[in-house]
Design a protein around this ligand. Structure first.
Ligand SMILES: Cc1ncc(COP(=O)(O)O)c(C=O)c1O
Length: 417
């Protein structure tokens, strides 16, 4: 038995699907200790939108370390944090006319979700929160309480009161506008659903099966929240930082959410860092009221600043995501047409796509075959029935093509036996 199986908890997950030992990575490829190279359509679960080890980010971090820059900073003022905030304001907030205060939370996405939920409840002095079917917001207790999938939630054995789950866009089929139901239960004192402090939503549910909310639905959700004085929290942890095209995935819908959670790819090279953005009037925290040791990862600030300068001075990355995303969607639709008896749907936006398989176990088998062929992917959806593709946004077209060709080979092997 190797050291991982002997010593590491049973809870480990991704490593079970990719039984090798990885050693290095560059751009959109990962190498294992045997020297085998894999095309990475996993992107660290969405934390590596710019691929692995971007040379400019690497250099900036190495310079910072060599200069004895403060690494662990609690929430102390540091030059690295000032540079990040200045850049984030100039390149992200101001051009989009978004007026937000910035809260640094603990480093994981779930830390940010916890802070967002707590703040919304504190400001509104109400406890209920509306979350959606197939939502995914993390594994700490508060974020788990707003996560739909019972496989994750059932293990907590704690109270999960104060959350009402309502159907996401499309949950009841294309003919039903689930917003009508949401509006009705919020407006109706007899609905049994308490007026919530907030609604928390992903514009595209990634882990939930790559379910894309229509722009119109999102706009309508914003309108309902405004009408009833309910705060709108957008979880941008996986969809943000260009994954669906624009920096914020809600830009298409013209939304100005009350609270936004950003994490994963924000730091550029996979270093842990999370932000909660809130409208200024919502910044009602008292000093230290939501604290944490690891809110000042200065290496992440340095890399994040470099990433913003490198990729968000203009719209070229968003345009590339649009073009590559169209190409990805086209190839996946062709794949679905070729295996229409096995593939139920293809859905996605930008560089986040899902292929839904009809028969249980097929998605996992595709994953296994792809790994053998040198392509890393993951499964999502309530029954793990969707293969999720989220290649780095910066992937070269020929590698994207090669990766898709491996997926096509895997499907051909599985279905034409
Ligand atoms: C939409 C969304 N929210 C929250 C989280 C939780 O983030 P973390 O795993 O960093 O706690 C994730 C992680 O995949 C996510 O995709």
């Amino acid at each position: 038995m190797n050291i991982f199986e002997r010593l590491e908890s049973n809870v480990r997950s991704y490593c079970r699907k990719f039984p090798t030992v990885f050693s290095s990575a560059k751009g959109s490829q990962i190498i294992d200790t045997q020297g085998r190279s894999y095309i990475d359509f996993l992107s660290g679960g969405g934390a590596l939108n710019y691929g692995h080890n971007d040379p400019a980010m690497q250099q900036a971090v190495m310079n910072y370390i060599a200069g004895d820059g403060l690494i662990q900073g609690l929430d102390l003022h540091t030059g690295a944090k000032a540079d990040f905030l200045t850049t984030f304001e100039a390149l992200i907030l101001q051009p989009r006319k978004l007026d937000y205060k910035v809260q640094f939370t603990g480093p994981t996405g779930s830390n940010g979700v916890e802070a967002a939920l707590k703040l919304a409840r504190l400001v509104k002095k109400r406890s209920n929160v509306i979350a959606f079917s197939n939502s995914y917001h993390g594994h700490t207790l508060g974020s788990l309480a707003v996560t739909g999938n019972s496989y994750f939630r059932n293990q907590a054995f704690v109270d999960r009161h104060n959350v009402s789950f309502l159907p996401f866009d499309g949950y009841l089929g294309p003919a039903v506008n689930t917003l009508d139901y949401l509006e009705k239960v919020i407006a109706d004192p007899g609905s049994g659903v308490d007026l919530p402090a907030a609604v928390i939503v992903e514009t595209t549910q990634a882990e939930g099966g790559v379910n894309v909310a229509a722009t119109k639905w999102l706009r309508g959700l914003g309108d309902v929240c405004r009408e009833f004085g309910v705060l709108l929290i957008v979880d941008e942890i996986q969809t943000g930082v260009g994954r669906t095209g624009p920096f914020f995935s809600f830009e298409d819908a013209g939304l100005y959410p009350d609270i936004v959670v950003l994490s994963k790819s924000l730091s550029g090279m996979g270093l842990p860092m999370t932000l909660v953005l809130m409208k200024p009037e919502l910044d009602q925290w008292k000093p230290g009221e939501h604290n944490g040791t690891f809110r000042g990862n200065n290496l992440a600030f340095v890399a994040a600043t470099e990433a913003l300068h490198r990729y968000w001075q203009d719209s070229s990355l968003s345009q590339a995501v649009g073009l590559n995303g169209q190409y990805l969607a086209k190839r996946l639709r062709e794949l679905a047409a070729r295996h229409a008896a096995h593939i139920l749907s293809v859905r996605g936006k930008g560089m986040l796509h899902g292929v839904q398989f009809g028969q249980r176990g097929n998605a996992q088998e595709i994953l296994r075959l792809c790994f053998e062929k040198g392509l890393l992917l993951e499964c999502c959806g309530p029954n793990g029935e969707v293969v999720k593709l989220s290649p780095p946004l910066t992937i070269e077209r020929d590698l994207l093509e090669q990766g898709l060709a491996l997926l096509e080979e895997a499907a051909a092997e599985l279905f034409v036996r």
